[in-house]
Design a protein around this ligand. Structure first.
Ligand code: ATP
Length: 300
């Protein structure tokens, strides 16, 4: 296993940031930690990259213990923290040179690994990092995290605040890195990115809700979901919440996702109820569960 986490707990005074977390990441896997702000993702990354000591539990990364072998871990992992981690006043090239030097290597030595990503920012190599766009900064930070050819790469919310095109490109880059035998643990609050991982852990309030492949997680969803639409979204949500048979109701894009407690649910009954509340253009249609639906159900 590339990463083994056993019963890790970490508190900041009264706040329990991680509670009895256990999971394993296989060599070469692209594993996603999916959860909202405050779920504990950054705390787990900091424990695994030896920047923070857990209160309980044990963890190894690339075969090294996070406490006793912390120096080996630092040599063998790349870490791209959530907040921009580069030197704003150094140029693109100077930042990369700096990170290569502290790891006792050179840009040339590992150029092959970063080439695909670096060519995209090379035209700006003399620009200060602080003056780059969000997508460019993210590519530079990834190059810096890769420059010493790590065995395991930790990426904490790498696409937060990045435009949709750059996000898509970033995930394509991760897939290519995976082909080069790098194990990747990536966190994201974006549920659509979960589907791009080999396996994911859904995490909330410091606890793991479920670990599986994205396909299996969606398949385990126990209810039939309906897209419900009407002329007044706000009133629709309120009326659905008042409906005695509702199991769950939450906005989802242009519709409301609705599940019913009855096994023999007939959508026409719901339509009649909603129309009796003076809603018009009522539409009710079956839809498939997504990772977000599963998350909402588990987090209830
Ligand atoms: N240094 C700290 N002192 C006190 N509480 C903290 C500290 N760091 C994090 N926390 C709390 O621990 C919990 C987990 O935070 P963490 O940053 O690990 O979550 P996260 O999933 O990475 O979310 P975010 O994206 O907001 O950073 C939160 O309730 C947070 O407020």
């Amino acid at each position: 296993m590339s990463i083994i986490i056993k019963n890790i707990s970490k508190s900041y005074k009264k706040v329990k940031a991680l509670e009895d977390i256990s999971l394993e990441v296989k060599p070469g896997e692209l594993f996603g930690l999916i959860g909202p702000d405050g779920a504990g993702k950054t705390t787990l990354f900091r424990v695994l990259t030896t920047l923070l000591i857990a209160n309980e539990g044990v963890a190894t990364v690339a075969g090294f213990d996070v406490i006793t072998d912390y120096k080996s871990i630092r040599k063998n992992v790349g870490y791209m923290p959530g907040k921009f981690s580069l030197y704003q006043d150094l140029t693109v090239e100077e930042n990369l040179d700096f990170f290569a030097t502290i790891f006792g290597t050179t840009i040339e030595e590992n150029y092959d690994l970063i080439k695909d990503i670096y060519v995209q920012i090379a035209p700006f190599k003399d620009r200060r990092a602080g003056k780059l766009s969000g997508g460019m900064k993210q590519k530079l930070a990834l190059c810096c995290a890769l420059i010493h050819k790590p065995k395991v790469l930790f990426l904490d919310e790498p696409t937060t605040g990045v435009d949709p095109v750059s996000r898509k490109e970033f995930w394509e880059m991760l897939k290519r890195l995976q082909q080069k035998d790098i194990t990747i643990l990536v966190s994201t609050p974006y549920m659509d990115e979960a589907a791009l991982c080999d396996r994911i852990a859904l995490i909330q309030d410091g606890k793991i809700l479920e670990i599986d492949t994205p396909e299996a997680i969606v398949k385990h969803y126990p209810y039939q979901i309906y897209n419900v639409g009407a002329n007044n979204m706000y009133q629709l949500i309120n009326n659905l919440k008042e409906y005695e048979f509702n199991h769950s109701v939450y906005p989802f894009g242009e519709f409301v996702h609705y599940t019913d407690t009855r096994e023999n649910f007939n959508p026409n009954d719901l339509k009649t109820y909603l129309e009796s509340k003076n809603l018009s253009n009522v539409l009710i249609e079956r839809t498939s569960a997504t990772i977000e639906d599963t998350f909402m159900e588990l987090a209830k």
